[in-house]
Design a protein around this ligand. Structure first.
Ligand SMILES: [Zn+2]
Ligand SMILES: [Zn+2]
Length: 154
């Protein structure tokens, strides 16, 4: 089953992320932020700007994104089950036996689309300036480079 779910970016093209280790939120740029970034090898892990711990690229979903994804998947899954069941019932029918399926599952409503506010400030590390991040405006230095984990002041 393939359900297209789009997580919104803010107006600068940044996606909200949550560290699986310290649970703090920041944003990273979705896709290459500039021409330099296009020529870099793609990372297999990123480092948290706050605690400096690395995690795989699919480990950074925020609680809201996970809930939204679940909320979008549930109605689609129900629809699929309903379709499959209808097909199964059709297959049972013969000249002598008539089986019909009445009604269908109550589909849960899809959640409202997510909105990404243009909050946080942009930071670029001195070592990997082509991979900028956004952190809350009250963040204290140092923070860690997303790409290599090196702490830097700003
Ligand atoms: Zn962290
Ligand atoms: Zn770096």
């Amino acid at each position: 089953m393939n359900i297209p779910i789009s997580i919104p970016l803010d107006n600068d093209g940044f996606m909200r992320r949550e560290c699986p280790n310290c649970l703090k939120q920041f944003k990273w740029h979705d896709g290459p932020a500039n021409e330099d970034a296009e020529h870099q090898p793609s990372a297999s892990a990123y480092y948290c700007p706050f605690c400096g711990q690395p995690a795989g690229l699919d480990q950074w979903w925020t609680t809201e994104q996970v809930e939204y994804t679940r909320g979008m998947a549930a109605p689609a899954a129900m629809q699929l089950m309903d379709d499959e069941l209808s097909k199964a019932f059709r297959g049972l029918n013969s000249k002598h036996v008539k089986i019909t399926k009445k009604g269908s599952f109550d589909k849960p409503a899809e959640p409202d689309p997510m909105v990404e506010p243009d909050d946080m400030i942009i930071l670029a590390s001195p070592c990997h300036a082509w991979e900028p991040i956004k952190v809350p405006a009250d963040t204290q230095a140092p923070v860690h480079c997303l790409v290599c984990g090196q702490a830097f002041a700003f």
